[in-house]
Ligand binder design. Structure first.
Ligand code: MLT
Length: 334
């Protein structure tokens, strides 16, 4: 009997191996919202290198930079229906399809890279990944840590909420971010990321916010003069895979994708730690003037947290979800 079981087990594993071996080699197409030199690209290259190594060269990946495959929000739809394999995009552009990830865009919740790593790599990140599969048909397999979104504009130094008045600021099509600027007394202009450089260049809008590494990669210094170091959102940018594409892979290949994702996350954190300070200096050399908000940004913080947090408790899954996030990073509950 034992011999029979062993033979059967061997036959099953040979079949499994053949199935794995026979699975088609694949070149995963990855849409990337940002240009070369960005944090998103660092994640994408980290993923590609790990994928090729872990699959022994069987699978590879091609990055399509700079929104070539469509606006970030459009790529979520394309991945959901399986016409696109993967996309690297800002979490704020996933929120319209899976509102609970909005907890990562609530102003002044994430206060450091370490907070971002703790949240994304722990049980909260796992729960949000599950939610995006169910809500949006995409699975988060890696996290890019891009740093705090700082405010840029072409007109004047901004140090206070009063200074902001009169500026036309582009924001992603994201309700949380729109409401944050409203709490500061201005009505921002929602615009797709892929249209933002042109919007700034043609002066349809005066300013926008994004992290230093993104501002540099996208050459915004060519059309923006002033930076304000607001720290309302620490930008997190997931690598998502179409759940349909993922489910078509063998179990072994799924494992490779998930492992390559972990390597990509690590590559992104390393890129930020190595590059952010240097890139900030580069922007000053390119002529940008950096201001720090007065009184440690207290007015920005008070207005945004009071108006925006309660408004989004329901969409993020209840105030208890925010409290779980705050507890995970050692902060008091609301
Ligand atoms: C946005 O502002 O829409 C995104 O944060 C841009 C990005 O992906 O870098």
């Amino acid at each position: 009997f034992l011999k029979k079981v062993c033979t059967l087990t061997a036959a099953v594993s040979v079949t499994a191996m053949l199935a794995t071996g026979a699975a088609q080699a694949k070149n995963f197409k990855i849409a990337v919202g940002d240009s070369g030199g960005s944090s998103q690209e660092a994640t994408g290259l980290g993923f590609k290198a790990a994928l090729e190594e872990l699959s022994g060269g069987k699978h590879t990946a091609t990055l399509f930079l700079n929104g070539q495959l469509g606006s970030e929000q459009d790529t979520v739809n394309d991945a959901a229906i399986g016409t696109l394999d993967m996309s690297l995009l800002a979490i704020n552009n996933v929120t319209p399809f899976s509102p609970t990830v909005g907890v990562f865009s609530l102003p002044y919740v994430i206060l450091s890279l370490e907070d971002a790593e703790t949240l994304t790599q722990g049980p909260i990140g796992a729960e949000l990944t599950e939610n995006t599969i169910n809500d949006a048909g995409v699975r988060i397999i890696a996290w890019t840590y891009t740093g705090f979104r700082v405010l840029t504009n072409s007109k004047k130094p901004v140090e206070s909420v009063a200074d902001l008045q009169g500026l036309v600021i582009r924001v992603p099509k994201n309700e949380i971010m729109i409401d944050t600027y409203k709490s500061w007394g201005i009505s921002p202009t929602p615009m797709a990321w892929s249209e933002t450089f042109a919007g700034l260049q043609t002066k349809v809008v005066d300013g926008q916010d994004n992290p230093y590494t993104t501002i540099n990669a996208m050459k915004f210094y060519e059309v923006q003069n002033y930076v304000t170091e607001i720290r309302y959102i620490f930008s997190i940018e997931p690598l998502i895979v179409s759940e349909q594409v993922f489910q078509e892979l063998s179990a072994a290949d799924q494992e490779i994708i998930l492992e390559a994702g972990k390597a990509a996350t690590a590559a992104s954190a390393q890129f930020l730690r190595d590059k952010e300070a240097e890139i900030k200096e580069l922007l000053v050399e390119k002529g940008m003037t950096i201001s720090v908000p007065e009184n440690n940004e207290q007015e920005f913080i008070d207005l945004a947290t009071a108006a925006v947090w309660p408004k989004f408790y329901e969409s993020i899954g209840g105030v208890e979800k925010l409290n779980a996030v705050l507890a995970a990073i050692g902060r008091d509950p609301v």
